[in-house]
Design a protein around this ligand. Structure first.
Ligand SMILES: Nc1ncnc2c1ncn2[C@@H]1O[C@H](COP(=O)(O)OP(=O)(O)O)[C@@H](O)[C@H]1O
Ligand SMILES: [Mg+2]
Length: 240
């Protein structure tokens, strides 16, 4: 079922009250990262990281940096969030490298058992209030089972929010709704792409140029021009 954005926010808040970490998944551009950021409690610091397959665990926990002839430890976003009781927002959680995946386990562990010993020999535990919101574009089964299991609240965010649709012209909103509703998991054109296209068209740029500016391939451009013509956003041959 589709859950409205207000309901998403409410469920994330409830999950956080219950000290649970949350996973938001769905196609690109549906406002997952924004919703995650908004889930921070008043005054709660937010630490944001986007995972890639090349990162080592240091990207999450931290690393030494050279300073005045010796080395100084610098906490990564996960440990900063632990120490401050902050919100750790992890984008592209499914892109995690195996090395990051190992520390991800530990970070997501129940509060009673979560702890990490730094190379400095200091042992750190999560401070009260620490929560994780993770986002991904695929489906939760793409995650290693042990990581997925640590997200006890998993919500699908299938289409952009009302506040996002409001940023589009009426016609582009219709096209955008169609894109997300008929092709939910393989969105051909993202909200961002369509918003940019809308803005370029409103600034008077010719359709072909505007489309070329927001697409990568010829085939994609042609399909988008067709969609725009069908949606009567731009006159096709002999059109409106
Ligand atoms: N509630 C909202 N109000 C206004 N703009 C929003 C809202 N949610 C998302 N956006 C905008 O929509 C775009 C895509 O949102 P984002 O959170 O990055 O999506 P996702 O993480 O699902 O790819 C961003 O430019 C963001 O600023
Ligand atoms: Mg995102």
């Amino acid at each position: 079922m589709t859950i409205s954005r207000m309901e998403v926010t409410k469920i994330v808040e409830l999950a956080h009250e219950l000290e649970q970490h949350v996973l938001l998944y769905g196609p690109v551009g549906t406002g997952k990262t924004t919703a995650g950021r908004m889930a921070a409690a008043k005054g709660q610091p937010v630490f944001h990281i986007s995972l890639t397959s090349e990162q080592s665990a240091a990207a999450l926990v931290g690393h030494y940096i050279p300073k005045e002839g010796s080395f100084e430890w610098h906490d990564g976003p996960a440990l900063k969030a632990w120490r401050t009781g902050g919100l750790l927002l992890i984008d592209e959680v499914d892109k995690s490298s195996p090395d990051c995946g190992d520390v991800l386990h530990m970070i997501l562990n129940d509060f009673s058992v979560a702890e990490y010993t730094l190379p400095t020999n200091e042992t750190v535990k999560p401070f009260v209030g620490f929560r994780v919101v993770a986002t991904m574009n695929g489906v939760p089964s793409d995650l290693p089972e042990a990581v997925r299991d640590r997200f006890t609240c998993i919500i699908r965010v299938g289409e952009p929010d009302k506040a996002q649709y409001k940023q589009l012209s009426k016609e582009m909103e219709k096209l955008c709704r169609g894109v997300y509703n008929t092709n939910a998991h393989k969105v051909k054109y993202s909200f961002r792409q369509l918003r940019m296209l809308d803005r370029l068209l409103q600034k008077g740029l010719e359709m072909e140029k505007a489309v070329a500016a927001v697409t990568e391939e010829e085939q994609e451009s042609r399909a988008l021009i067709e969609a725009l013509t069908l949606a009567k956003i731009f006159p096709g041959e002999g059109g409106v």
